[in-house]
Design a protein around this ligand. Structure first.
Ligand code: NAP
Length: 444
């Protein structure tokens, strides 16, 4: 495997290694290299596939959001940007080694770990955090074998963000509704054969505090086989609508419709339940229920328990309560915030972070663009080239260690094989194993 990209000769090259080939990494690479032939960026990822959350996080039925990958591909087509896939920090190479080779290392590693609920029973089989669950239905190789037990009648999804809505919707949609998606075949088999009848989405605060966006809320009223429901008593008085933000107003329109929906109109019911926080996951061998406490809002917008509890029988619990960055050896880490300790992206001399690794798991894909632009500006102001070995140095280590790195040209072979395998309007059938991808690259 070769990188297939030309080296231009410029006196002083600033060598940058971006770790993580997701949106934050690509926007940073784009901003670092636009109009500069004195900067070279290697985007390193432990997977053979680029684009991070676009591939493994964005819902499989939200294909239009994934179109942004074309922009990242265009960045990768530049002479001064290279994708180095299947190279894992920690396993194949250390941060110290990369810092020796490159003038700058930028951590764009996202937030791949699930936040913990902090209640009894959360480690029982049948509790699967959204990071794992979403990765599983999106064919992430680490979760190919997750095989969640979906032979259940009721599911609890905890959290009132867009990830909770994604998970509930993907569980609720029919096979027909998912034909033009890239839902993993192993997940499709299980989801579409599951006997799920009730999906509960719990928010510890109210509908006005939820971070769902209107498009995602609206979609819940359009499902073929699933009716979305909410108790009208939990919704605010329309008389107060004038004080709401645009997004809140739109969410209220969707919620008020749900309050009118007929619970018996479709096979699956999706219940949005506010003002409830999880107290314990119940079960011996595996999950059989969830204990919740009703809550009320304080003046500062936080919630407190009322002391009133209820128990709901559920066979699967999917906490969608946010993510944490995975710590990296020798990089200062803020345990409370679940991200690297940094000052506007600066971690230490010649070491920066960007995207979710910098600011925590908030914002849409597009939020990473200004983040990448400002980080590139900061780096170009603060770091000067220092005659480092850069790409040639990395190539030497790759050769010495006999590492099977994946180039962008290699990725295009994977991409082609995945799109060729698709049928019935699906955009692709993703490989869910690194070995399968390497075989495609090697022409087997
Ligand atoms: P999020 O929007 O921050 O939502 C997390 C939810 O978890 C909040 O409702 C939060 O409640 C709740 N929560 C946190 N800790 C909890 C606990 N211990 N018990 C009960 N509930 C708890 O995060 P997300 O849904 O993971 O999404 C991450 C980011 O990706 C967001 O910016 C989101 O908009 C974005 N995203 C966008 C799309 C899209 O555009 N289609 C799709 C997916 C994700 P509180 O509010 O009370 O803290």
């Amino acid at each position: 495997m070769t990188d297939g990209q030309s080296e231009k000769s410029v006196d002083k090259i600033l060598w940058v290694a971006v770790i993580g080939a997701g949106p934050a990494g690509y926007y940073t690479a784009e901003a670092l290299t636009t109009g500069r032939d004195d900067v070279r960026v290697d985007i390193i990822d432990r997977l053979p596939t680029p684009f991070g959350l676009i591939r493994a996080g964005v819902a499989p039925d939200h294909q239009s959001i994934k179109n942004v990958a074309k922009r990242y591909s265009a960045t990768n087509d530049r002479d001064n940007v290279r994708f180095v896939g299947n190279l894992s920090l920690g396993r194949d190479i250390t941060l110290k080694e990369l810092q020796k080779l490159y003038d700058v290392v930028v951590l764009a590693t996202g937030a791949a770990k699930d936040r913990e609920l902090g209640v009894d029973g959360e480690n029982l089989p049948g509790v699967i955090g959204s990071s794992a669950f979403v990765s599983w239905y999106n064919s992430h190789p680490d979760f190919r074998e997750l095989a969640p037990d979906l032979e259940v009648a009721s599911v609890a999804v905890i959290g009132n963000g867009n990830v909770a809505i994604d998970v509930a919707r993907v569980l609720a949609k029919t096979a027909d509704e998912m034909t033009s998606s890239d839902l993993a075949p192993h997940a499709a088999d299980q989801i579409h054969g599951a006997p799920i009848k009730d999906i509960y989405v719990f928010g510890r605060r109210g509908p006005l505090e939820a971070s769902f966006t209107p498009k995602e809320m609206g979609e819940l009223n359009e499902l073929d086989n699933c009716v979305a429901l909410v108790d009208a008593c939990q919704l605010p008085d329309p008389l107060g609508d004038e004080t709401l933000t645009g997004a809140q107003k739109k969410n209220m329109i969707a919620l008020r419709k749900m309050a009118q929906n007929d619970a018996n109109s479709k096979n699956i019911r999706l219940h949005l339940m506010f003002y409830r926080r999880p107290m314990a996951v119940l079960g011996d061998e595996r999950v059989c229920g969830l204990r919740l406490e009703k809550t009320k809002l304080e003046a500062d917008g936080s919630c407190v328990g009322t002391g009133e509890t209820e128990t709901l029988p559920v066979g699967l619990v999917v906490p969608c309560i946010g993510y944490r960055s995975a710590p990296i050896t020798d990089v200062p880490y803020n345990e409370r915030r679940g991200r690297f300790e940094n000052q506007d992206g600066f971690i230490a001399d010649r070491l920066y972070c960007v995207g979710w690794a910098r600011r925590g798991p908030t914002g849409t894909i597009g939020t990473n663009k200004p983040d990448g632009v400002s980080m590139a500006k900061k780096i170009l102001e603060e770091v000067k080239p220092d005659n480092r070995a850069g790409r040639a140095g990395l190539n030497k280590i790759v050769q010495e260690r006999d590492l099977k790195i994946v180039t962008f040209a290699d990725w295009k072979k994977i991409d082609e094989a995945e799109t060729e395998a698709a049928a019935n309007g699906a955009p692709r059938v993703k490989f869910a194993s690194v070995d399968e991808m390497v075989k495609i690259i090697e022409g087997e």
